[in-house]
Design a protein around this ligand. Structure first.
Ligand code: FES
Length: 272
């Protein structure tokens, strides 16, 4: 048995065993800026996405489909394949198909290690920043329900891979024109391509992905392929925060683009 662990403090920064510092923090920089920006951008994203998810309209402008509504799983979903992809749910559901689709990417991002840090700080001030005491009197981390459910992140990663493949398929279909002939390229094609590229790098930079590829090995020399792949993923993981923001903004931009074209706000510029 190892050394006895010190008794767990009852909670809060003023609990017994914690340093007796009266000031809430000793930082002199603008430490509040990052959590404030995080909370603002995430709020805008959530409000926009909620509106679009419930809209159940203007998500398809041939040959582009919004990433919020792909794959089309409702029978009344209009898409370039001349009907729903899977036709699982009938119109009697009365639900926007986006509500069913978005559960998976939303779960992936909600349980993401980086986003957890971002929204714990931005919305819950737990803690607001490094070396700034949090206002809560009790701290149980992610050891209790409901936050212990954050551990399902790895499973959402598997779903995220499936969605990346589906969005790649959608982006490829952006090279067909409205009549279904290959050889088309419009601004929408570029938008969907950039979106899916960012989705891929964000997904592959996931910490769970890095562990799935290079974790649980006793030595790398016996697993040269996994070692090499682990190195590649590790390089992406180092930029996970930037990729998380980039792909978040881009997925909303891609949806907005399809919305604007589908609603007739402007015509998709065509290159060839
Ligand atoms: Fe962020 Fe997995 S850790 S997506």
């Amino acid at each position: 048995p190892g050394p006895a662990r010190p008794a767990e403090p009852s909670g809060g920064v003023h609990a017994p065993g914690r340093a007796a510092i009266a000031a809430r923090h000793l930082r002199t920089d603008r430490w509040w800026l990052a959590p404030a920006v995080t909370a603002t951008v995430l709020t805008v994203f959530v409000v926009y996405s909620t509106w679009r998810a419930f809209a159940n309209a203007d998500y398809y402008a041939a040959p582009y489909i919004s990433p919020y509504y792909s794959p089309c799983i409702a029978t009344d979903c209009v898409n370039m394949r001349g009907g729903a992809d899977l036709q699982i749910f009938g119109p009697w559901w009365g639900l926007s198909p986006a509500l069913l689709v978005l559960i998976f990417p939303l779960g992936f991002r909600l349980t993401c290690y980086y986003y957890r840090k971002a929204y714990y700080r931005g919305f819950w001030a737990a803690p607001p920043a490094c070396a700034v005491a949090e206002p809560h009197g009790k701290y149980t981390g992610e050891t209790r329900f409901p936050l212990i459910l954050q551990n399902v992140h790895r499973y959402f990663f598997y779903f995220a891979l499936v969605f990346a493949v589906i969005l790649t398929y959608d982006a490829a279909l952006g090279f067909r024109d409205a009549a279904g002939h290959w050889g088309h390229m419009g601004l929408g094609t570029v938008v969907l391509l950039v979106n899916v590229a960012l989705i891929w790098v964000y997904t592959l930079s996931c910490h769970s992905c890095r562990h799935i590829i290079g974790g649980r090995l006793k030595n790398f020399s016996k697993h040269p392929v996994r070692y090499r792949m682990w190195g590649w993923v590790g390089r992406l993981t180092a930029h996970h925060m930037a990729l998380a923001w980039g792909s978040l903004v881009m997925v909303a931009v891609a949806d907005l683009y399809v919305y604007l074209v589908a609603s007739g706000a402007f015509a998709d510029p065509t290159f060839f």
